[in-house]
Ligand binder design. Sequence first.
Ligand code: NAP
Ligand code: GDP
Length: 335
Amino acid sequence: MRKRRAFITGITGQDGAYLAQLLLDKDYEVFGLVRRSSTSEVNEYRLHWLGIGADVHLVDGDLTDYTSLARLMRAIQPGEVYNLAAQSFVKTSWDQPLLTGRVTGLGVANILEAVRLECPAARFYQASSSEMFGLVQEPVQSEHTPFYPRSPYGVAKLYGHWMTVNYRESFRMHASTGILFNHESPLRGIEFVTRKVTDAVARIKCGRMQTLQLGNLDARRDWGHAKDYVRAMWLMLQQPRPGDYVVATGETHSVRDMCRIAFAHAGLDMAAHVVVDPLLLRPAEVDVLHGNPAKAGTHLGWAPSITFEALIREMVDADLQRLGAAPPRRKAQAA
Ligand code: NAP
Ligand code: GDP
């Protein structure tokens, strides 16, 4: 019998790599879209870090090139398609708003069309984002909270979100969206605040850096672990009916809290190293995000398994290891 086939756009990103690992563990045949680059070995580092670089089929294409997507859908005939590719960094979306719109917004229409025309029975997952809530209209955000995006990224994600809902309603596609709140891991891109901090903590600990410049320390996010969040994506596509799901921890923490945990884990005092650089403040800020994952809990049986503190400590340890420094001894080991 043929193995179940999944197709992942964005397989070289944080979520794509963890999702590929999860699907391989479930005995799927995994195909991943990669865009042509002169540095492909570097771009594939997350897959190698997880030890699955040789187990996935990487295929050439680009989310902005409809013909590449149609060709691949026709040839592979996947049963599940996960659209994770995006220009995903909010700050860059003000510098490259049109590219962000083309990839993060219109790219979703390209892949939806390719699925509709070439493999219409495939189940489809769209990586929607809590950034669509932006200037939050309710203190705790659920599937019913009105959207108010605050960046070109958020606006582009909203287009992709509604296109997915529209294709579900227009063409009866099994198309679901996960409105995922921030999720991090040792494989998070270095430009995002958690990884920027844990990398800096490791460098300061090793004496390779003294000062860390950050922007808004009072911003609050509902941060979870990427490993937990890719499990929610998979669960959505196993349901008899498609839907839209908030995926979050239900807790919110400030950037300052996150820094404190990261520095303390390495035995450092953040006050001695962190400075605020006004150039890192954003043209429009999302001050606070706080999700309500009740629907994902009830319908999918999903719950996060990794605490915020454990996530940040794991990231610091991984960055210390990357620099060749042993992670700090845990209390349990020291006892
Ligand atoms: P990421 O690490 O930035 O990965 C983005 C992926 O998209 C990379 O594989 C990148 O390929 C690929 N990509 C970019 N432009 C492309 C194009 N034109 N054609 C094909 N592939 C392209 O993002 P992530 O953190 O894994 O997030 C996965 C998805 O979830 C994204 O859509 C993101 O916006 C969304 N999301 C993330 C979070 C979060 O907290 N992580 C929260 C909500 C939603 P290269 O390796 O070649 O750059
Ligand atoms: P986002 O929620 O997708 O924008 O994820 P980020 O990790 O990029 O940013 C989370 C929050 O941290 C935002 O409110 C940022 O303004 C804030 N922040 C504060 N300093 C920094 C910084 O130096 N880099 C980044 N990326 N974010 C920062």
